[in-house]
Design a protein around this ligand. Structure first.
Ligand SMILES: [Zn+2]
Length: 396
């Protein structure tokens, strides 16, 4: 084999030599193209685990040998085309900060080659463990399961046990769960154990979804919140006020105010049907703490924060994603910060060019809190709120 290779190299060298010899010496000599400039592309379509639902807004990225980032986002139909440096490349697909849902696959890309990868390698894989507290109106678990992901039911009393909830990365608090779980056996507005546990959960990186009446977990109240400054909750009253004064109606021309969300969805206005009265309207909020995702005129309808942190919460390991061999960083892409989750083994190289551990915005060690006034419900067509709720699930 060695002999054959030697022979081949010799012939090649002779050939090259004769080529050079035959050319005029004054001809401009083109420098060989450096490896890093040789590029191809990788195209495909991001799907949820069910293999049916296309996922828009997913971050698709890879690095060259110098850890320079190449990245793009899937369009609302899930399609992406990533310019990729030639060579053996690891392609990452992620939503959110990449800690809960992500997929990695390897490709070998030749210069100027466009590779289309099959759908079975571009499905977004669930890394997180997720739980929900059963509600009486919202059934977010149906949407989670419909996307092909798994979720465990826990109940109101499980929230009193920090060991139980610390096993999860994401917890969904469905509208009405406090009425269901409570059954008149305790008074939620004095349930300080639950509030402390939820504060500890988020402070240590867990993410929460709360819909409609379950805002009471966040800001106090019993089955729901009737007034500002109600006792209980773990988010300071100054940061959010909600009252259960919504009426049964349809809001037309609501706005998707978050650009990333609108880009992922492919639409920026929608009508939202509130099929029941007494829903939790957002009365006031701190705009430095909450980011509004959906609104109707100036009324906030869906919001999130990654800025919650409780100084009094103990350090508790939360979830499974922290021990997965991956780590979330803020990568500096020529001055633009991009949140990525990368292999732990690659961390040192990224720290070496100035990246930092944790997400690029908010409190880097805390999880997200999403609050939505509208939600999945059994009694009606949720219309274009469906894709919004799917986005929330994938970005918690
Ligand atoms: Zn980096």
């Amino acid at each position: 084999m060695k002999k054959i290779l030697y022979l081949f190299l010799s012939v090649t060298l002779l050939f090259l030599y004769s080529c050079i010899r035959s050319e005029d010496t004054s001809v401009e000599v083109t420098n060989p193209t450096p490896i890093s400039v040789k590029k191809g592309s990788v195209s495909g379509k991001v799907f949820a685990q069910n293999g049916i639902k296309p996922i828009g807004g997913a971050l698709v990225f890879t690095f060259d040998d110098q850890n320079k980032l190449f990245h793009t986002y899937s369009d609302p139909q899930g399609n992406f085309s990533l310019e990729t440096p030639a060579g053996n490349r690891k392609i990452h697909i992620q939503t959110g900060d990449g800690s809960n849902f992500r997929t990695v696959f390897n490709v070998t890309v030749q210069n100027k080659e466009d590779i289309t990868v099959p759908a079975n390698v571009t499905k977004l894989t669930q890394v997180a463990t997720m739980a929900y507290v059963k509600g009486s109106y919202d059934e977010i678990e149906d949407i989670v399961i419909g996307l092909g992901y798994t979720i465990t039911e826990i109940d109101y009393n499980d929230l009193k046990n920090m060991n139980t909830i610390a096993a999860y990365d994401v917890i969904f608090l469905n509208c009405g769960s406090r009425t269901m779980g409570n059954s008149g056996t305790s008074t939620p507005n004095s349930d300080t154990v639950i509030y402390d546990n939820l504060a500890t959960f988020v402070t240590n990186g867990g993410s929460l979804y709360a819909s409609d009446w379950d805002i009471a977990y966040l800001i106090g109240g019993e089955s729901h919140t009737t007034a500002c400054n109600t006792a209980g909750g773990f988010i300071p009253d100054l940061l959010l006020c909600s009252t259960s004064t919504g009426s049964s109606t349809t809001y037309t021309n609501c706005t998707v105010s978050n650009v990333n969300l609108a880009n992922a969805l492919g639409f920026s206005t929608l009508d939202i049907q509130y099929d029941l009265g007494s829903w939790q309207k957002i009365i006031s909020y701190d705009a430095a703490f909450w980011e509004i995702l959906v609104q109707h005129n100036n009324e906030a309808l869906m919001m999130r924060t990654n800025k919650f942190q409780s100084a009094s919460s103990p350090a508790v390991p939360v979830g499974t994603s922290v021990n997965s061999g991956f780590i979330t960083i803020c990568h500096d892409d020529n001055g633009t910060p991009v949140t990525l989750t990368i292999d732990q083994a690659a961390l040192q190289a990224h720290l070496g060019h100035g990246d930092t551990v944790g997400t690029c915005s908010g409190v880097s060690t805390s999880g997200n809190i999403y609050y939505t006034t509208f939600h999945n419900h059994a009694a009606g067509n949720i219309g274009n709120t469906g894709p919004i709720l799917e986005y929330v699930i994938l970005n918690l």
